[in-house]
Write a protein that binds this ligand. Structure first.
Ligand SMILES: Cc1ncc(COP(=O)(O)O)c(C=O)c1O
Length: 434
């Protein structure tokens, strides 16, 4: 780790140095290592509300929020109280519990296309499982994804993005067999023509189209309404299932997810992050005739020792309950809108090419003129060195942003106007010195 000029990072450095020898890269998930912005990560000691405190005692306004789950604020007293009660009944049942019914009903009531739900333990597991179901339901093997959309790290999704567009995918990571990705097709986000071409070239072979209905894994990229509507129309015509990966957008863009926000009904969807309230959860759900394919109702095998875990269900239920209170999404939208508009304005005033956007509590900032409509726009046009310096400067001024332009940022109900003011003051100072 590179020592910071103004942050005390002695303890973070000590822990990360030890971690490097006992865990690959010193972390349990790659992006936490801050490799793409250099400078080294900080090690957290605690999170609360909109704040995180590191092991050296530095406090940050946290715009990652555990990569999405912390939408009601971290360590929310009501979530913690519910967890404390649940803990008394045990940490894992491995048997049915009423809590699963409760959370399943909340998801079904909230999300227009979901009639039945299966709980799993992560977004990766949800997206991996949904492909099996789509293939079994349609009797077809190919899936179509979009360059720059992330659906977890299962083999079939690790397909090279960008230049691999419109060709059969090649593995993106060593260890992924070609046989796992040769049924994965890639198209360009917000480009219906690239989708039509794939359907023309693979007539009657595509089981499902999966996408992030608002991209958060190439930075923040919203879809056009026409793009989502076009996908619905094409998939219906071709007998292909449409899957919205709402792991990031579910209960974040709106209580009804991105599908409710944009008024498009997919056949099946995946969830994670928010529905676990900070505990490990994923889920997939959709039309009853499709979900009835899943074991033990149907023949598609999928199982999990800790699936439907009572603590995770409890955190999810309480989080959704808090979110469903009037004004939640209006507040998220207002506060995040002010944050992004402020960052863009300050960036421009300081002479930088910047653009950004948000919906509710999800946002992004790019160092380029924009507009950014797909992964290639980010890869080809953004200034990554400048972003790295901006990120480090913000960190040193107590603002914890996602360490890559390919990541979205997140706010929660406990981010205050004062947090935004402080962030914008820090941004002005940092942008002036870039
Ligand atoms: C859209 C999307 N799908 C799937 C995943 C994978 O979820 P997990 O990290 O819980 O496995 C992520 C993770 O960031 C995601 O953003």
């Amino acid at each position: 780790m590179v020592a910071s000029q103004s942050l005390k990072t002695t303890e973070s450095q000590r822990i990360l140095e030890e971690a490097r020898h006992i865990m690959p890269g010193g972390v349990s998930s790659p992006v936490r290592a801050f490799k793409s912005v250099g400078g080294g990560a900080v090690v957290f000691d605690s999170v609360s509300g909109s704040k995180a405190v590191d092991v050296d005692g530095n406090e940050y306004i946290d715009y990652i929020g555990s990569w999405g789950p912390a939408i009601v604020g971290a360590a929310h007293p009501e979530v913690n109280a519910a967890l404390t009660e649940a803990l008394k009944k045990g940490t894992s049942f491995g048997a049915p519990s009423a809590l699963e019914n409760q959370l399943a009903k909340m998801v079904i009531d909230a999300v227009p296309s979901v009639e039945m739900v299966r709980f799993v333990n992560s977004g990766t597991e949800a997206c991996m499982s949904v492909v099996r179901v789509m293939r079994a339901f349609t009797g077809r093997e190919k899936i179509l994804k979009f360059a720059g959309c992330y659906h977890g790290h299962a083999d079939m999704y690790l397909v090279q993005a960008g230049s691999g567009v419109l060709t059969l995918g090649l593995p993106d990571s060593p260890g992924v067999p070609k046989s796992s990705t040769e049924t994965t097709l890639v198209a360009t986000y917000n480009d219906l023509e690239s989708v039509r071409k794939q359907f023309e070239n693979n007539k009657g072979e595509i089981a499902g189209v999966i996408l992030e209905p608002v991209v958060g894994n190439s930075g923040f990229i919203p879809p056009t309404k026409e793009f989502l509507a076009g996908l619905r129309e094409i998939t219906e015509k071709e007998g292909t299932l449409l899957c919205f990966d709402e792991v990031m957008t579910g209960f974040r863009i709106a209580y009804s997810g991105a599908q409710g926000y944009f008024g498009i009904k997919p056949d099946i969807s995946t969830f994670g992050k928010v529905i676990g309230g900070g505990l490990p959860v994923g889920a997939y759900g959709g039309r009853k005739d499709i979900m009835s394919m899943v074991a033990p109702a149907g023949p598609v095998y999928q199982a999990g020792t800790l699936s439907g875990n009572p603590l995770a269900m409890t955190a999810g239920i309480k989080t959704l309950e808090i979110l469903s209170r009037p004004g939640s999404y209006e507040y998220l939208d207002r506060i995040t809108g002010r944050l992004v508009a402020g960052l863009v304005e300050i960036g421009k005033e300081c002479g930088h090419a910047v653009c950004g956007g948000h919906i509710s509590g999800m946002f992004g900032l790019f160092f380029c003129e924009g507009p950014v409509t797909c992964f290639e726009d980010v890869a080809d046009n953004c200034d990554f060195d400048k972003f790295g310096r901006f990120h480090r400067g913000m960190l040193e001024n107590g603002i914890y942003l996602a360490p890559s332009q390919y990541e979205a940022g997140f706010t929660g109900l406990q981010h205050s106007e004062e947090d935004v003011d402080r962030t914008l003051r820090a941004a002005r100072k940092v942008m002036q010195g870039l």
